[in-house]
Design a protein around this ligand. Sequence first.
Ligand code: DGL
Length: 267
Amino acid sequence: MSTLNHNNLSKKPVGFFDSGVGGLSVYARFRKLLPYENTLYYGDLANMPYGNKTKEELIGFARKILDFYKEKDVKAVVIACNTSSAQAYDEVKNDYEFNIYPIIQSCAKIIASMDYGKIGVFATAATVKSGVYTRELQKYNKNLKVLEIPCPNWVPIVENSRYKDASSIEDVKKQLDKMEKFSPEKIILGCTHYPYLLSLLKEFAPKELFIDPAEIFVNYIKTDLEKSCLLNSSGGQETFYVSANPESFMTHSKIFYNVNKKPICTQ
Ligand code: DGL
């Protein structure tokens, strides 16, 4: 491919998606690492939470967003959502010409090579049901023991900023107590909403116990875009989309990322 074609390709945007504000935990790190990329973010608030949806539903949501991004002529899409990576990625990955980066599969090799013996995973019910975390991690380290625990109440806590409610604190403590019995050396926050619960989690366990895959993920994407000569050095624009409730997105995104203009509602 000529340099001219590469230049044109590199200027195309990178699309991100998640059910809501959770994917901003990945998006914020990406913007910091690669500020000159043109980026799009899609929060699928009409279908949120993803964690209690069926595989068929999740494949449908992913296809709809990927088709939307195809129309937007993106150079890549980042699945900033563990649930969609777990349940939909395999079904859709060969149907688009742009690169698709799923959070779980992109990070598993790196986490597995860290040489831990026991890793815990907190994730949504749909992610846990898929068993993808265990499968992907053991693909690269077959002796690794993995325990996945579903935390169905955590996404609503984050989406509604209910960090200080007694019931939220109690639920976080309850899941940590369950996990403690397994004595993991590390716990993966296997849902992009969960890093926002760190201030609560660290009241009951050391902060260093937790792995937020976002950091590993964005570095992986950067290396891959670099390898394909797709890094942009002269852009930086961003646009936000939601499938419903733009006001709610604005309100609850505040502590994660400075979304400075109202998202465009696609429905
Ligand atoms: N933040 C997403 C994830 O990483 C989805 C959470 C949800 O909507 O249930 O799994």
